[in-house]
Design a protein around this ligand. Structure first.
Ligand code: APR
Length: 311
């Protein structure tokens, strides 16, 4: 059996880091695709990363290109094509800039990688993955968005630091849209099954939730551009669960068909990812407050999707 093939659309900050993680985890060969004006960057990063393999000890072939046919037959496609945030911008502010880009990418995915498991990272996430599904006509099992794992990672880290415990033992969940309306779920926060409130106060939890909501913006404010290490790690966790049929339960942006009372939009919910892609959406018990916050988040996502539909 040959190696699996992973096509990374966008060879920028997240794209480069995705390639490194995919190669280190030996998930398969990697193709880094960017626009023709950036083909040199894609090729240069690919070569640099292959040389990295001679030191770290991985055999993956990593290719840079601007030619979509090089992505043909990919098992997984991860899309970061687009413009990242600048300080002061919200993810929603990117909709006008990134909509033509996702339409172009989706058209090519449909032509060259129709059978791939496709993970979208470009923002505003829920609207971009919605448009990808609409243009490609893909099933919800195969077209998914990365956001919840990243937001939950931020939530977990802040919780573990406040509780004074290892991040390995901290479980946290963020659902809803990937934006200011995201819904951290306090009732799902545990330290290896022990309610997190055993180690931290309600007041600390409130502050952590607020920091989580603004977690992406905090980094944009510091660096002048979006985060890339943790977003790449999150998407690789999804790709790995698909390629190795791990059946992990992960919060991802999934096209909802009535689950959580929401229909016809993408939003972050827990789901199981295995060889079938998104194999199942898992409905977890929520408090009344959490459910209301999720409804508000769905309304917000819907308002951005309406902008996409009108454009
Ligand atoms: N096809 C392929 N690549 C494209 C296209 C396209 N049509 N349009 C733009 N790109 C490329 C850019 O040339 C750039 O190299 O996408 C890359 C994006 O890389 P960065 O600017 O470094 O942005 P990054 O930090 O990787 O974030 C990308 O992910 O988290 C989101 O908000 C973020 O929407 C942004 C995206």
């Amino acid at each position: 059996m040959g190696r699996r093939k992973i096509a990374l659309i966008g060879a920028g900050n997240i794209g480069g880091q995705l390639a490194l993680f995919a190669a280190q985890k030996q998930l398969g060969d990697v193709v880094l695709l960017d626009i023709p004006q950036k083909e040199g960057v894609a090729k240069g990063k690919a070569l640099d990363l292959e040389q990295c393999g001679a030191i770290l000890g991985y055999d993956a072939t990593i290719t840079g290109t601007s030619t979509w046919s090089d992505c043909a037959g990919a098992d997984v496609v991860i899309i970061t094509a687009g413009i990242p945030r600048k300080p002061g911008e919200s993810r929603d502010d990117l909709v006008g800039k990134n909509l033509p880009i996702i339409r172009n990418v989706a058209t090519n995915v449909k032509e060259y990688c129709p059978d791939a498991f496709v993970i979208v990272i470009s923002n505003p996430l829920d609207a971009m993955v919605y448009e990808l599904k609409r243009v490609t006509g893909m099933s919800r099992a195969k077209a998914v968005g990365m956001a919840g794992i990243l937001d939950s990672a931020r939530f977990s880290l802040f919780l573990s630091r406040a509780a004074g415990v290892s991040v390995k033992d901290t479980r946290a969940m963020v659902l809803g849209g990937h934006g200011d309306s995201m819904v951290p779920v306090p009732s799902a926060c545990t330290i290896n099954g022990v309610p997190a409130t055993v180690r931290i106060s309600e007041q600390q939890l409130e502050a952590i939730i607020e920091r989580t909501r603004k977690g992406g913006g905090e980094i944009v404010g510091l660096m002048g551009t979006s985060a890339f290490y943790a977003p790449a790690a999150a998407a690789i966790a999804m790709a790995e669960s698909y390629l190795l049929d791990q059946k992990r339960l992960l919060p991802c942006a999934v096209y909802l068909e009535g689950e959580y009372g929401v229909n016809g939009i993408y939003m972050g919910v827990p789901c199981i990812i295995g060889a079938g892609g998104v194999e199942q959406v898992v409905e977890i018990p929520l408090t009344e407050q959490e459910r209301a916050a999720l409804e508000r988040s769905a309304e917000h996502v819907r308002s951005i999707v309406q902008i996409v539909e009108r454009s």
